[in-house]
Design a protein around this ligand. Structure first.
Ligand code: HEC
Length: 255
């Protein structure tokens, strides 16, 4: 049997330095929690719907085209009562280049979108609609252009500017790698089983490279969006677990 390498053990330190290490681990765990919260605040509205979803990440690193909810609903056959020629006229309008101009264009007569919507939709999609008949549709009013416009446009959300990506990488790559190395180094000075420590060090490193690397590669492939999420979770999860293990180790009584 070969001797385990002679790393200094945190537990052999005095009470004061062990307390210091324990406090630093609490700060690191708090920092990770704050950066998760920041991630949520910063990205949740990128795709213009609340909550942090894969589309928020996708829109940040690859860009995203949101489909008009009006178009999606017309193409799904809603409402069943709409005549095919009216549906075709609305679809042609929404997918065409003259959204605002043609909305209530008098030259279009009964084929004007405003007329079709007034005749076929507003009986349900209005703040004034009969609650029994309209149900949830009252919450999606289509009375005015201001109601309709945000549901009619399909928007292209551009990915973040490469300059911002450089700034973000410069700040995150160095700080996250440093914190990772520190926690990994301290883990090696604990009494936890070596295979567990080895696994965590592996996950911290592979996770961080996978995460930051994929920020840059996401433009070239959809799969990297998933790598950002998975590798980011691996890095942050192992970092926090590592910090907890160090914290527990330094506070256990000296043997
Ligand atoms: C008989 C009532 C009725 C009529 C008429 C009607 N709708 Fe609806 N519509 C609904 C209801 C109910 C919902 C579902 C609301 C929900 O589930 O949140 C809905 C949902 C929608 C949505 C939201 C879909 C989504 O998931 O975001 C759009 C857009 C929509 N309708 C457009 C129209 C248009 C355009 C017309 C006319 C061409 C129309 N509706 C006519 C009742 C109606």
């Amino acid at each position: 049997m070969s001797q385990p390498p002679a790393w200094p053990r945190l537990r052999s330190l005095g009470l004061v330095p062990r307390l210091g290490v324990a406090c630093l681990m609490v700060v690191i765990i708090g920092g990770v929690a704050a950066s998760m919260r920041h991630l949520w605040n910063h990205y949740q509205n990128r795709d213009e719907t609340p909550g942090l979803t894969l589309d928020d990440i996708r829109s940040a690193y690859r860009g995203l085209t949101t489909t008009s909810s009006l178009l999606a609903s017309l193409q799904s056959g809603h409402p069943e009562t709409l005549k095919p020629e009216s549906r075709a006229a609305l679809v042609a309008w929404i997918t065409g280049p003259r959204l605002a101009e043609d909305y209530d264009n008098l030259d279009l007569g009964e084929k004007a979108p405003a007329e079709i919507i007034a005749a076929n939709c507003v009986s349900c999609h209005s703040r004034k609609a009969d609650a029994q008949k309209a149900g949830a549709a009252r919450a999606i009013p289509l009375d005015y252009w201001d109601d309709i416009r945000p549901r009619a446009v399909s928007r292209k959300i551009n990915p973040v500017d490469p300059k911002i990506l450089v700034a973000s990488t410069h700040a995150h790559a160095l700080s996250m790698a440093t914190v990772g190395l520190v926690v990994c180094g301290l883990l090696l000075m604990t009494a936890w089983p070596r295979p567990l420590i080895g696994l965590l060090i592996g996950l911290v490193g592979v996770g961080l490279l996978g995460d930051i690397g994929s920020w840059w590669l996401a433009a070239y492939g959809e799969a990297f969006v998933y790598v950002i999420v998975g590798a980011g979770a691996a890095y942050n999860g192992s970092l926090v677990l590592g910090a907890v293990l160090v914290f527990v180790d330094v506070l256990l009584p000296r043997r």
